[in-house]
Design a binder for this molecule. Structure first.
Ligand code: AMP
Length: 494
């Protein structure tokens, strides 16, 4: 049996699957090229047997064909992040035990040298593909499909492993809830190393037989042009993107604004998620687009769990109710269910919940309680709808939809020659949700400018993890036990 995603694509055949600046690609193109890629990956082997294949390709047809090629060859796809500097790419490649790297020529220098250093097979997307397609393995849906790296409260990012079955459950839940059909057309503007872009947009579209328009990178002006020029039915983004789109709308001429508004009105649904949607942004967006954004809540480990209703009343500040095939409960510290109106931790069960943290059984075991995944997020049910109250740990920061670990950033900052001590916090921000900020204690007689600090940090950390504000202090605020008090650090930036 082929993977259901592939069998379905065979039926969509001549329909357009992916649309990019380079042109339109049908489901048939996707099937053909991905089978050539799979043949190339296999090199006469029968099955990659869950070997990890890391790939770094800008958003577009080659990205999708490579992801499908890896799956069709029986491998596990490990998407790399375009904005990651060498140390972060190296961490993902070595932690996942990648054996093959596939790279777009734009990233050849950095990835070829990593492949050489770790003795890995290296493939450029510009290389010719085999004309003859070999026999591809049968891949059971219980096998591992994807590893996405996500930050937690301890240590380095962990690899979240999902099987084909998990992905299928995550996708079909959203297809049912949001009524995806093959007539849908979506504009894809999200990063492709994160669940939102990979599952909610790309894989849902391809499962449904819809058309996915991909931009090689996010640019608010270009997004508006596309929205005005084409007949999209769906749009999904993080709150920061809506803020950026609002800023462009506000500076446009009245005539242009009318056309932007008309573009939005052609759509049937606009969705926000991955971070709390400020009510102000929701209201402004409703004014300019006529859409009351559908907010949903989810996580790399579980897919989407809660969503506002497609047809029924939506309430600002609420994320609605559990999605189809997902069970959600709220519990207190002793693990007892809390009644409506009382805050509790969100715990989730369902086929969409991930299999494991890659080669980290301890972290996997710690994340579950009686078979329920513990999200570390607090919520309350009011009038039948869930309201997210925030994270249980101050050390998890959500910036522009990205989840980052304060502890991981602190580890890196401590290696700076001028920094003696540091504390990283997320400070509320209307554009980014939270802004990554760092309080620094410098070694005696040292000085540090934000510019030099940031250019140093960008060599070590993905740009969205690099603090955008720093202050130097003589000492960090600490409690009686000597532990840094993060709420007091946040106050320093207010
Ligand atoms: P990620 O795994 O990167 O998608 O991050 C998941 C985390 O994002 C969740 O655990 C929440 O803390 C946060 N999150 C996702 N959706 C929402 C939402 N609608 N409102 C508030 N926080 C959210």
């Amino acid at each position: 049996m082929n993977l259901p995603l592939i069998t379905r694509a065979e039926e969509y055949n001549a329909k357009i699957a992916i649309f990019t600046d380079a042109g339109a690609f049908t489901y048939q193109d996707l099937l053909h090229i991905s089978s050539q890629i799979a043949t190339n990956l296999l090199q006469n082997a029968e099955d990659l047997q869950e070997q990890r294949v890391a790939f770094l390709i800008p958003s577009g047809f080659e990205y999708v064909a490579t992801q499908w090629g890896i799956w069709r060859a029986g491998g596990i796809a490990v998407p790399l992040c375009i904005s990651h500097p060498r140390p972060e790419l190296e961490y993902v490649i070595t932690n996942s035990g990648t054996s093959i790297i596939v790279a777009h020529p734009n990233f050849e220098d950095i990835l070829r040298s990593l492949a050489t250093a770790h003795n890995l097979r290296f493939i450029l997307t510009s290389e010719a593909l085999p004309n003859d397609v070999g026999r591809l393995p049968e891949v059971d849906i219980t096998r591992r499909a994807l590893i996405l790296y996500t930050s937690g409260t301890t240590g380095k990012p962990k690899g979240v492993v999902t099987t084909h079955h998990n992905i299928q459950a995550q996708v079909t839940s959203l297809i049912t809830a949001w009524e995806w059909t093959s007539g849908d057309q979506i504009l894809h503007v999200l990063p492709l190393h994160h669940i939102h872009g990979i599952i909610n947009v790309l894989t849902c579209a391809l499962w449904a037989g819809a058309e996915c328009h991909m931009l090689s990178k996010f640019d608010a002006e270009v997004v508006w042009h596309r929205i005005c020029d084409r007949d999209f039915t769906l749009f999904m983004a993080v709150p920061t993107i809506y803020v950026k789109l609002l800023a462009v709308w506000e500076t446009a001429s009245a005539e242009r604004q009318q056309s932007m508004t008309a573009g939005c009105k052609k759509m049937r649904l606009m969705v926000s998620g991955s971070a709390a949607l400020p009510v102000q942004v929701l209201e402004k967006w409703q004014n300019i687009s006529g859409h009351f954004l559908l907010e949903r809540y989810g996580m790399t480990e579980i897919g989407m769990a809660l969503s506002n209703s497609l047809h029924n009343q939506r309430y600002a500040g609420y994320v609605g109710q559990p999605l189809p095939q997902v069970e959600v409960r709220l519990v207190d510290e002793s693990g007892d269910l809390v009644p409506p109106g009382t805050p509790g931790e969100i715990q989730v069960q369902g086929f969409g919940v991930f299999l494991e943290y890659w080669q980290n059984p301890q972290a996997t075991a710690k994340a579950f309680r009686d078979g329920w995944f513990c999200t570390g997020d607090l919520a309350v049910v009011e009038n039948g709808n869930y309201r997210i109250l925030g994270r249980m740990s101050v050390d998890i920061i959500k910036t522009g939809g990205y989840k980052v670990s304060a502890l991981e950033i602190e580890e890196v900052l401590r290696t700076h020659p001028d920094i003696q001590e540091c504390a990283v916090v997320g400070v509320a921000d209307s554009e980014w949700g939270e802004r990554v900020c760092a309080a620094l204690v410098l070694h005696p007689q040292r000085q540090l400018t934000l510019k030099s600090f940031r250019s140093w940090a960008k060599e070590q950390l993905a740009v969205y993890k690099v603090p955008t504000k720093i202050i130097t202090v003589a000492e960090l605020p600490r409690n009686a036990m000597g532990k840094v008090t993060k709420p007091a650090v946040i106050e320093l930036f207010r």
